[in-house]
Write a protein that binds this ligand. Sequence first.
Ligand code: SF4
Length: 71
Amino acid sequence: MGEFIRVHIDQEKCKSPDEVKAWASVCPVGIFKVHDGKAYVVEENEDECTFCGLCLQVCRSGAVTIEKLYE
Ligand code: SF4
């Protein structure tokens, strides 16, 4: 988990390998990796999230949530 930002993937909502590939590749700072049709968070990159919202727009199943761990 990142120190300042937590990016979470709900694997139950993450069913379509093609869709996973599409949204996991849009992240400009490499937060996601794809393996066997499933997306995972690259934890060492998590704090690099810029809140650009691209992954949230492209993922139609709502599997991704992003949380600030600071005020
Ligand atoms: S909001 Fe932007 S920077 Fe953050 S994980 Fe999604 S695509 Fe990557």
